[in-house]
Design a protein. Sequence first.
Length: 256
Amino acid sequence: MPLVAANWKMNPNDAGDALDLVRGVLSVARGHADRVEVAIFPPFPWLLSISEVLAESGVKLGAQDCFWETSGAYTGEVSPAMLKGWCDWVIIGHSERRIVLGETDEMVAKKTVAALGCDMGVIMCVGDRIEQYEAGSSDQVVEAQVTAGLANCSADDSARLVIAYEPVWAIGTGKSADPEHAYRTMRLIRRVVGDLIGAGAAKKVRVLYGGSVNSSNVESFVELPLCDGVLVGGASLDAAEFAHIVKVTAEVYGHR
Ligand code: 13P
């Protein structure tokens, strides 16, 4: 089933606005729950209240990050064990964490295996920067990130593993990647997963595109043969816009 994931990032600042947004999304998303998996990733402080709104709806909840240890003296961190049981998903290795907070491939690998070990699904993000894209080294960058991020994974993890290709130059810029480029990179990701953890895993792992996805361009990505959905940032903060993205995805996959 395709996955449409809403990464709210550090928004909204008001608890009431967060609840309004999730209710707006839910009113449309629940009608497509049999054809599209929808997951919402709010900031940590809103997770609990949003989990109550989403209960029994079929719409999934996720965290935007987690730490790799279960508990201990790690001020400010949230462990996967704390999220286990009520968060279905966690995003790991988003480029904003890699670039702004210095998160390394090694940290991404440790977080990924820790979250999978707590029975959560992981959306591991990879992506090239503009200078790498312009230098023609996108493939090497993405291959290295996938290889390092999956260092501790096995084929058993593949059903709960999602890899999102989010070119850094397409995030928040309004300029999404060319679908042909996205397709070739998603094909590369699947090939690398196959080399690392086996051909069966390469089929099971879901691969998403993210970066300036909106209701006008979503179809050009979800219609790509190897694309299992989208990871949406800015457009997921508008309930009507996000609902439209879910609807288009449901229609495209319904025709496959
Ligand atoms: P935008 O959709 O705002 O470009 O953000 C994409 C993203 O970073 C999702 O994780």
